[in-house]
Design a protein around this ligand. Structure first.
Ligand code: NAD
Length: 119
């Protein structure tokens, strides 16, 4: 069984996550990469065997082939993207910091608690 993973952000960390998922993580299939810089997104996707690339991280999260998400975009984008993952019920690994302020971090913890799936 494989899990389709999407990576949001194709900079230093995102490209590294994409490469790691494609080469070292059994059971993971990199299916999509997003970055507002389309060339960066397409290169990270192509280099790591992903079928699709997006310029919009929210569109990647909505992609049915994406079953779990890694967020590696800039700090200020994290909270909205994590919330979108929680709304769609997709497991998410977010680069640190999860959000730039304590208040936003607490909002995300509460949002996850409301899903009833918090470990
Ligand atoms: N570089 C590190 O050593 C390191 C270590 C730990 C955590 N982090 C965290 O990882 C995250 C990414 O850092 P980085 O060093 O890869 O940055 P980076 O600047 O190399 O890459 C960020 C990428 O995100 C893209 N981007 C911008 N807005 C976006 C959006 N709305 N949606 C999707 N992508 C978007 C940019 O075009 C860029 O390609 C940050 O939250 C950072 O704090 C970085």
């Amino acid at each position: 069984m494989t899990i389709g993973i999407g990576v949001v952000g194709a900079g230093i960390m995102g490209a590294d996550h994409a490469r790691t998922l494609a080469t070292h993580v059994g059971g993971a299939e990199l299916v999509a990469v997003s970055d507002p810089d389309e060339r960066r997104a397409s290169e990270a996707a192509r280099a790591n065997g992903a079928r699709r690339h997006y310029t919009d991280g929210f569109a990647l999260i909505e992609d049915e082939a994406v079953e779990a998400v890694v967020i590696a975009s800039p700090d200020h984008t994290h909270a909205g993207l994590v919330l979108a993952c929680l709304r769609t019920g997709k497991p998410v690994l977010c680069e640190k910091p999860v959000a730039p302020t304590v208040g936003e971090c607490l909002e995300l913890v509460e949002a996850e608690r409301r899903t009833g799936r918090m470990i």
